[in-house]
Every structure is written in structure tokens, then in C-alpha cells.
Design a protein around this ligand. Structure first.
Ligand SMILES: Cc1cc2nc3c(=O)[nH]c(=O)nc-3n(C[C@H](O)[C@H](O)[C@H](O)COP(=O)(O)OP(=O)(O)OC[C@H]3O[C@@H](n4cnc5c(N)ncnc54)[C@H](O)[C@@H]3O)c2cc1C
Length: 377
């Protein structure tokens, strides 16, 4: 005989599905779990983090290199979020990154400003940006399933439950509530990339559908570089570039707290215009190795043309973020979209602001809506 707790966990009337383990989905899932709601979280990726992921690369001679190839750091301004970040800091999931940053002008080939810290502290996950999501997805009450792409979500009107189906047709279970933490869940662009319809048919949520049409986003290429020797002629660890058509930022990943310093690792970020241009030439499908190599070389050459005495890296690889930064904020006041009758919350940075802070706010707002409508015991 099952014990009452297991019975409750297996009962769809007490469960919520969260699609996506980026920071909005992870914060939402852990907040729900802390409030007694059982959560099953799905992510198509092999691990948690979404755009706060950390990538593990292997060199030809077997060296392992780690790169935060998405968000390099984050800042928070809202007091309620500062409390949350302090809690993560006390759990050893987050640390301050206290290095100097500067802005470099390609017209003068000089730094025109070097600063220790902006008005806000810079935080990083430790030992990688994904550490926060990893910990939140492992909290008690959250069952996390990685490498599982949700292909379709259906509303069962008689049972008043959501039914989730994997891309391979697998039944992923039935749930009382649903949180969708990626705009791809409704994006028609998904069809161009995968040939499949988006998982959520907007006809199911007619009141929300107007807001979910055409969610534009800006792309970015990240180039991961590893050097045998430190780039000692660069006086800062984070650079914003002015007057470059190719480069927007560069960060010294290995200068963050709790990173390996066996090599010096930098991550370059392209401008959105450069990335959009490459995508216009090569299409939305997964970029080929030829395209990635070309991008890596072009962005590295631009970095070298600063004249900052940049040696050849022993490792160089590009990654494409097709939707790095949303160009819209569709729920600035409410922080998430909410359909009370179907207990559906849609959250993510595209609801609030195109950064980690916006995504956290949105995930918290989604949890608040759902916890009140899904009672557990
Ligand atoms: C290059 C780059 C630089 C950035 N720089 C900064 C910065 O300096 N500071 C800052 O604050 N922010 C920065 N950001 C933005 C920040 O990373 C995002 O705002 C934030 O991480 C978004 O979190 P999210 O949870 O909303 O979405 P995501 O992290 O995108 O999470 C969505 C998740 O849903 C999953 N998913 C989608 N569809 C499905 C499906 N059908 N089935 C299962 N899983 C699914 C995806 O795999 C993904 O893991 C940067 C982002 C990039 C890419």
C-alpha cells in the first residue's frame, strides 16, 4: 500500500508542471515546493540553467574547460530580490564578482572609462552560473526531468487538468496547474526551426493570445576562448565595446570567484546586428560547424584588433543564442500572464525585463498565482 505522501505526490490534483529550468522556471518551481505544492519540472536541455547555463568543453588533448556562455553575471535592484540573492549567497550558490570593468572605444582604440563597480553589485553563480538553477531544481518537492522536451500541452476540460506530451509522443503526466517559462512554448518560430507546432495552442487561452503574438528577441553569438597565459595587457575583466559592428562585450570568465585558473578564459559577445546578419544568411536551423568557426574567427579577430596584445588562444568556439534578449516586456505590471480558470502561468524575462532580475520577478509572480489556486494537503 502506498503511503499518504506518495499518494498525494502521484495525484494530479496536487501537482503542477513547470516547463523550463531557466532562472524563472527554477525560482517558480522551488517557491511552489516551499509552499507545499508538488512540482514536476521539465527541460529539453541536458541540465538546468537555460540562458544561465555553463558549458563544459573538451580540448583535443582532453583538457576540460568551463564557460558561462550565457549571462555572465546579474544585478538586482528590488529589495525583495536582494533578500533572495542574500539567501543564495549564504548557501554558497552566489558570490560577488568584484573585478574592474571598462569601456573600450574602437574609434580611438583606447579605454575611455575604467570602473570598479557600477551602481549595483555584480553577482555570479558559483562555481558556475547554473549553480543557482541546479540547487533550486534539486529542492525537496521538485522532481526535475532533463532531456525531456514538452511537445504538446492539452487541456482536459472534463477533468480540468493539463496533460503534457513529449515530442516523441510520450505521456508526461497530468497536472492541476501549468507554468510555461519560455516564450517558445507559443512561438510560431519553433515550427521554422523544428518543423513542429508550438506546444501550447493559443486558442486554448484566447484572453492571453494577443500579448503572446510576435514576441521579438535579439540574437547574440558567444565566442569562448581559452589562453595558456593571462592576457596581462588588458587592465579590466569585463569590457563593453563602443563603435564596433561585431563586438558588444568581453568577459574574463576565469576571473570570477571559484573558477579554475589553470587557463585564462574569455567569452566574447557579438552585437545583435552582427548575429541577425549571420542568421539572415544561414537560416534559423542549428548553425553548421562552418558557420560557427567563421563567427569564432571573425569575433576573435575583432578582439585582437583592439591592439591589446591578445595572443592566440588554444581553444576557440562559438555558440549561437537565437533569442538571447527579448525585445518586449509583455506583463510589466503583473510580471507574468495568468489564466485563472485553467491555472496556467506564463513567465520569463520576456514578461518583465530582458535580464536575470526580470526573469526572477516573473517566476516569483507565477508561483504566487499558482500557490493560491493549487492546494496541496
Ligand atoms: C549571451 C547572453 C548574455 C546575457 N547577459 C546578461 C547579463 O549580463 N545580465 C543579466 O541579468 N542577464 C543577461 N542575459 C539574460 C538572462 O540570461 C536571461 O534574462 C535569463 O536567464 C532568462 O531566464 P528565463 O528563465 O526567463 O529563460 P531561459 O533561461 O531561456 O529558460 C527557458 C528554459 O525553457 C526550456 N524549454 C523551452 N521550451 C521547452 C520545452 N518545450 N520543453 C522543455 N523545456 C523547454 C529551455 O531549454 C530553457 O532551459 C544574457 C543572456 C544571454 C544569452
Amino acid at each position: 500500500m502506498q503511503n499518504p505522501l506518495t499518494q498525494t505526490m502521484n495525484n494530479p490534483f496536487f501537482k503542477v508542471a513547470v516547463v523550463g529550468s531557466g532562472i524563472s522556471g527554477a525560482v517558480c518551481a522551488s517557491t511552489l515546493a516551499r509552499n507545499g505544492v508538488y512540482v514536476t519540472l521539465f527541460d529539453s536541455a541536458r541540465g538546468p540553467g537555460g540562458r544561465m547555463s555553463q558549458r563544459r568543453e573538451k580540448t583535443e588533448d582532453g583538457k576540460e574547460l568551463h564557460f558561462d556562455h550565457g549571462a555572465p553575471f546579474f544585478s538586482v535592484s528590488k529589495s525583495e530580490l536582494l533578500c533572495l540573492v542574500q539567501e543564495w549567497q549564504s548557501r554558497g550558490l552566489v558570490a560577488e564578482w568584484k573585478e574592474k570593468f571598462g569601456s573600450f572605444d574602437f574609434r580611438t582604440l583606447k579605454f575611455d572609462n575604467i570602473y570598479q563597480e557600477g551602481s549595483r553589485k555584480r553577482y555570479v553563480g558559483v562555481p558556475g552560473m547554473n549553480s543557482i538553477c541546479k540547487a533550486l531544481c534539486n529542492e525537496s518537492g521538485v522532481e526535475s526531468k532533463f532531456g525531456v522536451s514538452v511537445g504538446r500541452v492539452e487541456w482536459l476540460d472534463d477533468a480540468k487538468l493539463w496533460s503534457l506530451i513529449g515530442v516523441d509522443g510520450q505521456n508526461l503526466g497530468q497536472f492541476k496547474g501549468l507554468v510555461a517559462s519560455d516564450k517558445n512554448i507559443v512561438s510560431p518560430r519553433i515550427a521554422e526551426v523544428t518543423g513542429r507546432l508550438p506546444p501550447l495552442d493559443l486558442k486554448l487561452v484566447p484572453e492571453l493570445s494577443a500579448k503572446l503574438h510576435n514576441l521579438a528577441a535579439r540574437p547574440c553569438f558567444a565566442v569562448m576562448l581559452a589562453f595558456a597565459e593571462p592576457l596581462s595587457s588588458i587592465p579590466v575583466k569585463g569590457i563593453s565595446f563602443k563603435n564596433s559592428k561585431l563586438l558588444s562585450w568581453a568577459y574574463c570568465d576565469s576571473s570570477k570567484p571559484s573558477r579554475s585558473t589553470a587557463s585564462e578564459r574569455w567569452v566574447l559577445h557579438s552585437t545583435a546586428e552582427y548575429a541577425a546578419d549571420i542568421i539572415a544568411q544561414t537560416g534559423l536551423k542549428k548553425p553548421s560547424e562552418i558557420t560557427l568557426n567563421k563567427v569564432a574567427e571573425q569575433l576573435f579577430q575583432e578582439f585582437q584588433s583592439t591592439g591589446l596584445n591578445i595572443s592566440q588562444p588554444f581553444y576557440k568556439r562559438a555558440h549561437r543564442w537565437g533569442s538571447a534578449f527579448p525585445a518586449v516586456s509583455i506583463a510589466e505590471d503583473e510580471k507574468c500572464l495568468w489564466d485563472k480558470s485553467k491555472r496556467l502561468a506564463i513567465c520569463g524575462d520576456f514578461c518583465v525585463s530582458p535580464n536575470v532580475e526580470g526573469a526572477i520577478q516573473s517566476g516569483l509572480a507565477a508561483a504566487l498565482r499558482l500557490k493560491d489556486s493549487v492546494s496541496c494537503l
